[in-house]
Design a protein around this ligand. Structure first.
Ligand code: CTP
Length: 422
């Protein structure tokens, strides 16, 4: 858990303003103090009483309320982080122009803390050159503007412009507040990420699976999408997680399904990340009907297992034989427990050498560690480099650091037209 911060949640006038309520809750439940600063139009959608009750703080929209407290200066100075969700085309334009015509825009002019803007508007308004120019101006000034999600907009239409889910905005904002503000520098790149656990059917109702939640893979997909990449998430069994904004999800069940999907999706990928917890074995046969206790069904007493393909090692081989581009960077994970013979890091270093990928995130797993948790820690391994120790942080903060290491490998493989020494 990070220390409590003063967070300003700015809300502007769009239908998605109701989602700001969940965002406020997410921060207060995480121990942060929240000050809500809506625009006057936002209050057409959600009342000030709701924002006051959820945040436990007063709510004003203009600089003429509580003038004695010089609010427009104090709120901005005291903020450790500001997130505006939803941000309409109008508020983005006013911020870009440096206006200070209400408490929110005045607060932004005073603040020096990290700022996240989560746009929500119709696709035409989002893609309009006026909005895009304004967004570019904000980004040039160091404001992190999230890529909007694709999906159902107000009314029957759908497309780019939807507000990402509050949980995703909160997680992403915390990453930015922690000092990892991803730049939008992966436009035109394709990133394929596997996530969650694969499941191997025993019969129509039972399967062999594992405790993976899918959180690390989803966090990688989110950060890669926020960097502007086209992201495909090949997901097995996961917790109920919001779809990362801008990512396409392809659901799979078994290891063999995941293997086929990863092979297909990776053909034109720039970065491939195996974050899934893959079942190494599957039952030798799958019963066509539910196995009954009390029967002399030998399969229930003793499950015979056969080995599954190693997807990661297979992708590395596919790159060697030209099925994947030579410039594709391949990332693996190592889930280790450590034993009498070696520490988790030593096991991970051996696995890294064995699998042949370019980057490996190693972490210690076990009950209550990593799987299903919101945070993670470990080491990032790269060829010809000392392991980089990664301090405990949210899975998005870890994801941002893994993708930083990928940058180095992308440059190396692209410039050399392939790997060094291979
Ligand atoms: N992996 C894979 N296919 C498998 C098993 C693992 O692609 N059949 C990938 C995982 O997604 C991860 C990496 O390989 O990126 C290491 O997974 P891990 O479970 O730590 O290792 P295993 O290969 O299963 O080795 P071991 O069980 O001996 O630790």
């Amino acid at each position: 858990m990070t220390a409590a911060r003063n967070i300003v949640v700015g809300v502007s006038g769009g239908v998605a303003a109701f989602k700001a309520c969940h965002l406020i809750r997410n921060f207060t439940e995480g121990g942060d103090s929240v000050r809500v600063v809506p625009t006057a139009n936002a209050l057409n959608f959600v009342g000030a009483a709701t924002f006051e009750a959820l945040s436990g703080n007063p709510v004003d929209t203009d600089v003429f309320s509580r003038v004695d407290e010089v609010q427009h200066v104090r709120v901005g100075q005291e903020a450790d982080g500001i997130v505006i969700a939803p941000a309409t085309a109008d508020v983005i334009a006013r911020i870009a122009a440096g206006r200070a015509d209400d408490l929110l825009t005045a607060t932004l002019l005073v603040a020096t803390c990290p700022v996240v803007v989560a746009p929500a508007m119709h696709t035409e308004m989002w893609t309009n050159p006026a909005t895009q120019d304004n967004v570019a101006a904000l980004r040039r000034r160091g404001i992190t503007v999230m890529e909007p999600a694709h999906g159902r907009l107000t009314g029957p239409d759908s497309g780019a412009g939807r507000l990402p889910e509050p949980e995703a905005i909160a997680a992403f904002s915390r990453t930015v507040f922690a000092g990892f503000a991803p730049a939008v520098d992966w436009r035109g790149k394709k990133v394929v990420v596997s996530a969650g656990g694969t499941e191997e059917a025993l019969d129509p109702v039972r399967f062999l699976g594992n405790r993976s939640s899918g959180r690390q893979g989803f966090a990688l997909a989110e950060v890669a999408a926020q960097r502007g990449a086209a992201v495909t998430l090949v997901a097995g069994r996961t917790d109920a997680l919001p779809t990362p904004s801008g990512a396409q999800i392809r659901r799979v069940e078994s290891t063999r399904d995941m293997d086929a999907a990863m092979r297909e999706e990776s053909r034109d990928a720039d970065v491939v990340i195996m974050a899934a917890a893959v079942a190494d074995f599957r039952p030798a046969s799958e019963a066509g009907s539910k196995m009954k206790k009390g029967s002399d069904d030998a399969a229930l007493q003793k499950i015979e297992l056969v080995e599954n393909p190693d997807i990661l090692a297979g992708l590395v081989r596919a790159r060697e034989n030209g099925e994947l581009r030579a410039s594709t960077v391949i990332v693996g994970f190592a889930a280790e427990t450590g034993d009498a013979n070696a520490t988790p890091l030593e096991h991970a270093e051996k696995k890294f050498a064995r699998k042949g990928c370019d980057v490996m995130m190693a972490n210690e797993v076990g009950r209550g560690k990593v799987f299903g948790q919101a945070d993670n820690a470990g080491w990032i391994l790269r060829r010809d480099a000392e392991p980089r120790e990664i301090a405990r942080g949210s899975k998005q903060v870890i994801a941002a650091q893994i993708l930083q290491e990928v940058d180095g490998e992308l440059a190396r493989r692209t410039h050399n037209g392939g790997p060094v020494g291979e």
